[in-house]
Design a protein around this ligand. Structure first.
Ligand SMILES: NC(=O)c1ccc[n+]([C@@H]2O[C@H](COP(=O)([O-])OP(=O)(O)OC[C@H]3O[C@@H](n4cnc5c(N)ncnc54)[C@H](OP(=O)(O)O)[C@@H]3O)[C@@H](O)[C@H]2O)c1
Length: 288
């Protein structure tokens, strides 16, 4: 069968008329210097989206690398503009409206990109009152054109239901959660997909902890791809937005080259069956 459409150029349409690239470079656990370099490698190889956060302490370097890439005619051979690049950041902690609102403004200033494409509440921690107040701050940042779209991260179904029940002016466009074949989180992803909330899959490579798993090895051989490409492709074929992270130029390039094969239905099922609730980082989805 001919491989389907997914590539670094694939974008998913959004209700507000904008669109979101379906593969983003993750920059967690990168120093500022590493992030600046990785962002340039990624943009040069066709990535159009970067996933940062206040907690990563590299928003400034990511923004600088994006600006420098856009201005450098030898790198930016396609004449890309700011609006062609998608930059995400996240609120470090939920508190009250005033603090959240000013923290968002600070991120916009720090990245130096004029606006942030997607701004997320990084986790549900902090309790109901601060979650709802922080969400209101994201909505107002969108109204004030500091942010294009808003979303949440690490939200379990109960947090999404709480937000929906509060009748906000807008619902989150995205819920960014840990999702990979070793932690499929189908209860949350099904809820999101039923409610029109896009799932961003963090740790899509399972932090490189299962690259040698026999099923991953067998299917990588079958599809003549790397284990990382297999996992990125699995995520895309589920309709998720994977955020693979690497500091290496070769790996960044390879992880985005997923247009030459397609995982068939039975192998997708086989990969779904690898679920072992592997948590690679934190797990706030059940927080009070
Ligand atoms: N919202 C949240 O709470 C949250 C939490 C975690 C992550 N995230 C986001 O999701 C992104 C991805 O998650 P993650 O960074 O935790 O994990 P990941 O992308 O699943 O895995 C990254 C690890 O895989 C290695 N790697 C990358 N490509 C590889 C390849 N082709 N072959 C072998 N190893 C490879 C990387 O090492 P090298 O760098 O040395 O290549 C790194 O150790 C983060 O960067 C961040 O943007 C969000």
């Amino acid at each position: 069968m001919a491989p389907t459409k997914y590539s670094l150029a694939t974008r998913l349409p959004l209700q507000n008329g904008l669109s979101i690239p379906q593969i983003h470079l993750g920059v967690y656990l990168m120093s500022g210097r590493e992030a600046g370099q990785a962002v340039k490698y990624a943009l040069a190889s066709g990535y159009r989206a970067i996933d940062s956060a206040q907690m990563y302490h590299n928003e400034a370097e990511c923004g600088k690398a994006i600006r420098e890439f856009l201005e450098d005619k030898t790198l930016n051979t396609q004449g890309l503009k700011r609006e062609d690049i998608f930059f995400t950041s996240k609120l470090a902690s939920n508190s009250d409206y005033v603090r959240a609102r000013s923290a968002i403004k600070k991120s916009v200033e720090t990245c130096g990109l004029g606006y942030i494409d997607l701004f997320l509440l990084h986790s549900p921690y902090g309790g109901k009152t601060s979650r709802l107040a922080s969400w209101k701050a994201v909505e107002d940042a969108v109204k004030d054109s500091e942010v294009r779209i808003g979303g949440v991260s690490n939200y379990g179904v109960k947090h999404l239901e709480e937000l929906i029940a509060s009748k906000p002016e807008t619902l989150p466009t995205v819920n960014q959660i840990e999702v990979h074949p070793f932690n499929t989180r189908t209860t949350i992803t099904d809820f999101c997909q039923k409610n029109g909330i896009l799932v961003e899959a963090y740790a899509p490579l399972a932090r490189a902890l299962r690259m040698k798993h026999p099923t991953i090895a067998e299917l990588s051989k079958k599809y003549q791809c790397t284990p990382a490409q297999l996992m990125v492709r699995w995520s895309l074929q589920h309709g998720f937005i994977p955020l693979p992270k690497s500091v290496s130029k070769e790996r960044i390039e390879a992880n985005g080259k997923i247009d030459f094969f397609e995982i068939d239905k039975s192998d997708m099922k086989k990969m779904d069956g690898l679920d072992e609730y592997l948590v690679t980082d934190w797990d706030p989805v059940d927080a009070d």
